[in-house]
Ligand binder design. Structure first.
Ligand code: 5GP
Ligand code: ZN
Length: 114
């Protein structure tokens, strides 16, 4: 097991505000929210980034995207919409090397992102 912050959150070794959980994914509040709703959605299995999401891990992408509308609906984001972001690698500012989706909502988003 890598020494990984989000693995520790998934294992409940480090506390977080969990908003959705099933056998394979966990969603919790970002500790530094960038919008009124800012949730991180992770696979419980350690996968460093999208580049590790080969065919072997196709189920992971399915599990994550199946959970997105569940989380969004929990925060009443479906009518007005929301943004789903994956920061991949240094140019995107990926800070934690455990695959995670940001679910951002509750305000108008801007485009292009910074
Ligand atoms: P990244 O930049 O890798 O896409 O996003 C990492 C995210 O994890 C950031 O938005 C950051 O605020 C969040 N984060 C970092 N450490 C913790 C933590 O210990 N707990 C929680 N809930 N979020 C964290
Ligand atoms: Zn991990």
């Amino acid at each position: 097991m890598p020494d990984c912050l989000f693995c520790k959150i998934a294992n409940k070794q480090i506390p977080s505000e969990v908003v959705y959980e099933d056998d394979r994914v966990l969603a919790f509040k970002d500790s530094s929210p960038q919008a009124p709703v800012h949730i991180l959605l992770i696979p419980k299995e350690h996968i460093a980034s999208t580049t590790e999401l080969g065919e072997k891990f196709s189920h992971v992408a399915k599990d994550l995207f199946a959970a997105v509308p569940k989380v969004a609906s929990k925060f009443s984001l479906l009518p007005k919409g929301f943004r789903v972001v994956i920061n991949q690698g240094p140019h995107a500012g990926q800070a934690v090397d455990h695959l995670h989706l940001h679910i951002l909502g509750g305000r108008q988003m801007h485009w292009p992102p910074g």
